[in-house]
Design a protein around this ligand. Structure first.
Ligand code: HEM
Length: 412
């Protein structure tokens, strides 16, 4: 049995408010078999089951090649999975060691002044211009500026990058939820793959001719682990993954932080008088609105979870969003509690594929959150939010707001 509103791409009810549907499925079934007419898939809802899947890669593989290719792969942005996110076993270990070597705390920290500068600049804009779009004019400006700085891309490419990212937000997961694929969606996915590949090939060539300091692409090309370097194709694929993974996700996190302040005014008032709680408020935002709501795995063996048999080869969709609001793990899971301790949310995943960019996402969002709490006296949402059409992500496309000035900052 499933729920008539359980479809991340065709149900307007689910898109608008997935929480009651996820809660009912988590409570009633734990593991939901989605069929017929759609791709056979098993949807894991409970915190303990989700952790178990993510912590046993020998049973639940990340290898997206197991899903096949063709139009489905094109619509689903298959080109994006030819890297560590889809690699398994020894290959993943090697790629991840290289990723960890590059994403060292010292490297991330070196971007702190640049994040502070762009957040400060956006706050000035926000406090002086009246009404503005929190997503495009504020959050995305911060995250895209940072990921372009880190990858050494020209700032004027931001508009194009946001367009490519939007395709990611619209297309991902299409092969699970749609009974028939929209040819326009397949074409958009294919074109984005080609355009991004060409863009990065040209960029990598340019970097090779004119190297720069603190350049991530150069770092990825040069790092050696156990005597091996990344191939050119691996550097290319890594760069595309970082660009797309590092922009939409954090943009939504910043936007959702502000939306939570509006939804929980008592907590917002407390946070304004205690901005040192900003860091844990960001963790609570990730728990309640983890930008990536679910991730895919493939069962390598027949397995039983919450009494449901998942067959060998089955597509397993792990719902981080349902786990993050499981009352068996979190008291009052639908309440925003910035001081929640412990807060063992699964918003960045868990296990060997746990988010490589989490320290960067945290740094950007914490700096933005603190600035918002310190410098605004209130925030008005002046129009209803426009949410994404693909509920596999917690996407806010547009949120018009007004920031009301508060205290002046201690440090400009
Ligand atoms: C709020 C922001 C973010 C969220 C919620 C998020 C979430 C996730 C999740 C859930 C995974 C696990 C995928 C899986 O297990 O299949 C993941 C992996 C990954 N993320 Fe993030 N992410 C965020 C920001 C970033 C940023 C800023 C970057 C880089 C600039 C990044 C790069 C990656 C990479 C490279 C992986 C693959 C790691 C691997 O497979 O070993 N992410 N992320």
């Amino acid at each position: 049995m499933t729920h008539s509103d359980f479809n991340a791409m065709t149900s307007a009810t689910f898109r608008h408010n997935p929480w009651p549907v996820l809660a009912e499925l988590r409570e009633r079934e734990g593991v939901v078999h989605l069929s017929p007419g759609l791709t056979d898939s098993w949807h894991v809802m409970r915190y303990d089951d989700v952790r178990q899947v993510l912590l046993t890669p020998e049973l639940f593989s990340s290898n997206r090649a197991l899903q096949g290719g063709g139009d489905f792969a094109d619509a689903n942005l298959g080109f994006l999975f030819n890297n560590l996110i889809s690699a398994t076993g020894e290959k993943h270990r090697r790629l991840r060691m290289i990723g960890n070597r590059v994403f060292m705390p010292k490297f991330i920290e070196s971007f702190r002044p640049a994040v502070e500068e762009v957040v400060h600049e956006r706050m000035e804009m926000a406090l002086s211009c009246g009404e503005f779009d929190l997503v495009e004019d504020f959050a995305a400006q911060i995250t895209v500026a940072m990921i372009t700085a880190i990858l050494g891309l020209p700032r004027e490419d931001m508009g194009q990058i946001r367009e490519w990212t939007a395709v990611l937000g619209d297309n991902s997961g299409a092969s699970t939820w749609l009974p028939a694929l929209d040819p326009a969606m397949v074409e958009r996915g294919r074109r984005t793959g080609i355009e991004l590949t060409e863009y990065f090939k040209a960029h990598i060539e340019e970097r090779r001719r004119r190297p720069r300091e603190n350049d991530l692409i150069a770092a990825f090309s040069e790092v050696e682990v156990e005597g091996e370097r990344l191939t050119e194709a691996e550097v290319l694929s890594m760069a595309m993954l970082l660009l797309l993974a590092g922009n939409e996700t954090t943009t939504n996190l910043i936007a959702n932080f502000v939306r939570l302040l509006d939804a929980f005014p008592d907590q917002a008032a407390r946070l304004r008088t205690s901005p040192h709680l900003a860091d844990s408020a960001v963790e609570e935002t990730i728990r309640m609105h983890n930008s990536i709501r679910n991730i895919d795995r493939f069962a390598l063996e027949e397995t039983v979870l919450s009494g449901v048999t998942i067959p060998k080869g089955g597509l397993v969709v792990v719902w981080l969003s349902a786990a993050n609001r499981d009352p068996a793990q979190f008291d009052a899971p639908d309440s925003f509690r910035p001081e929640r301790q412990p807060n063992r949310h699964l918003g960045f995943g868990q296990g060997p594929h746990m988010c490589l960019g989490a320290p960067l996402a945290r740094m950007e969002t914490r700096i933005a959150a603190r600035a918002i709490l310190e410098r605004t006296g209130g925030i008005e949402l002046t129009e209803p939010a426009e949410l994404g059409t693909n509920a596999n992500f917690d996407i806010v496309k547009r949120q018009m707001v007004r920031f009301l000035p508060g205290a002046t900052p201690a440090v400009a």
